[in-house]
Ligand binder design. Structure first.
Ligand SMILES: [Ca+2]
Ligand SMILES: [Ca+2]
Length: 169
């Protein structure tokens, strides 16, 4: 009789402690799932929903959106130019930021995404120069073939390819 009473009492004690713990755990798990969903949505938007200007990094996307007057503000030199002058193959900004995807500016940089490999930045003079410098071939987007290309055996030996780029990383 005494043992049964003890058992009943300890079950009540256990349920007194377990029930809040269980409820807290469930709330914690739901909270974690909601955070995971928010992060994965943000990741999808950052990587797939964003239309990036050629030659730019995701973190630069906010600079490459037209302002309310449809202007582009040069990132460091701060001139305002028409947004259509971005990547028009003519250097308009003193800092070269309006031509991230061409070789027009002597001080520009081109960003290769090299998806699933290491991304890298190139000097803009390497854009469309007839040599695949990004391993995803994105720097040779014009696919211009030079008149005096090396044969493919020599290209493989030097690990330097001409367009169309074989996308070898
Ligand atoms: Ca321009
Ligand atoms: Ca190149």
């Amino acid at each position: 009789m005494c043992y049964k009473r003890y058992l009943s009492l300890s079950r009540r004690k256990i349920s007194f402690f377990v029930a809040p713990l269980l409820i807290t755990s469930i709330i914690f798990i739901i909270y974690q799932i909601s955070i995971f969903v928010q992060i994965s949505d943000g990741y999808k938007k950052a990587n797939f929903g964003l239309k990036l200007v050629r030659g730019t990094h995701e973190q630069q996307a906010r600079f490459y959106e037209p302002n309310s007057q449809n202007k582009f503000v040069c990132i460091r030199s701060l001139e305002e130019i028409d947004f259509k002058m971005v990547n028009d193959d003519y250097c308009d900004c003193l800092d070269g930021s309006d031509e991230p995807g061409t070789s027009a500016c002597g001080n520009g940089m081109f960003f290769c995404r090299n998806q699933e490999h290491f991304p890298k930045s190139l000097h803009s003079s390497m854009v469309n120069d007839g040599i695949c410098d990004c391993c995803d071939g994105s720097d040779e987007w014009k696919n211009e073939v030079l008149l005096h290309n090396f044969d493919i055996v020599l290209q493989k030996r030097m690990h330097k390819y001409h367009p169309p780029c074989p996308n070898v990383c």
